[in-house]
Ligand binder design. Structure first.
Ligand code: SF4
Length: 86
């Protein structure tokens, strides 16, 4: 299981989660070249250690444990993984 970033992140891309993540598995960061064009931020499902530290810091409540991801946003699981070629 991994955490997933969903629809509320689109056009927000706050990156508080990036700073909170202990294993640096949320990208793109603000200083990465594709940050400006990315639709949202993404969690690497292989590197994520399921700590949950990113969830409370997100100002738009865009991050969910896989089991808590609303059904209407289920496609974001694949979107997050695809960013990393998973
Ligand atoms: Fe990073 Fe933990 Fe969030 Fe996974 S659950 S993305 S390891 S802060």
């Amino acid at each position: 299981m991994a955490y997933v970033i969903a629809e509320p992140c689109i056009n927000t891309k706050d990156t508080a989660c990036v700073d909170a993540c202990p294993v640096d598995c949320i990208h793109p960061k603000k200083d990465e070249p594709n940050y400006a064009t990315a639709e949202l931020l993404y969690i690497d499902p292989v590197e994520c250690i399921d700590c949950g530290a990113c969830v409370p810091v997100c100002p738009v409540s865009a991050i969910f444990a896989l089991d808590d991801l609303p059904e209407k946003w289920h496609e974001f699981t694949a979107k997050n993984a695809a960013y990393y070629g998973r």
